[in-house]
Design a protein around this ligand. Structure first.
Ligand code: SF4
Length: 161
């Protein structure tokens, strides 16, 4: 059986990472830091010198602190989960959305953070509420592992648009 090597930098980078993982990790960190340092400096400069205070473009709301996944690398997997199960109260959810509306906010709202959003049985209604209140000013999105996704649920989610 042949083995295919996948790496963002191709086979050469994969081999380099294998043979000199400490060196390449350090290098990758330095490059990433440099890239982000420039962005952060620009953001701080714009924030301090711009006429308008820049407003965030993305909002993530986790309405339930659970996932049904088993991904070993993730602290939310079913084997590692230690938190008490909590659902975001509807009043709090609506308060957040109405505050965004009062700001005339435009952007993208994700109805998940590090969880499985479809565990929330009301997620379609919540998505519909966001669309009703914020309309075309927002894109409503979510990442799901798909395990609870059915045609009916998909239809009800898309119905909220
Ligand atoms: S939140 Fe995502 S990465 Fe984490 S266990 Fe669930 S599906 Fe896996």
């Amino acid at each position: 059986m042949s083995i295919k090597i996948n790496s963002f930098g191709g086979v050469g980078v994969w081999l380099l990472r294998k043979k000199a993982s400490n060196m390449t990790s350090k290098l990758a960190l330095e490059i990433t830091n440099k890239q982000y340092a420039k962005k952060v400096q620009k953001y701080v400069k714009d924030f301090n010198e711009g006429e308008e205070i820049p407003v965030f473009k993305m909002v993530n709301i986790e309405t339930v602190n659970r996932c049904n996944g088993k991904c070993a690398f993730c602290p939310a997997n079913i084997y590692e989960e230690k938190r008490e199960l909590k659902m975001m109260p509807e009043e709090l959810f609506q308060k957040i959305i109405l505050e965004l509306k009062s700001l005339q906010w435009q952007g993208q709202i994700f109805l998940n953070v590090n969880n499985e959003p479809l565990i929330d049985k009301n997620i379609s209604e919540r998505a519909a509420f966001v669309k009703k209140q914020l309309g075309d000013n927002v894109i409503v999105s979510m990442f799901t592992n798909g395990s609870l996704l059915t045609i009916e649920r998909l239809a009800s989610l898309v119905g909220g648009r």
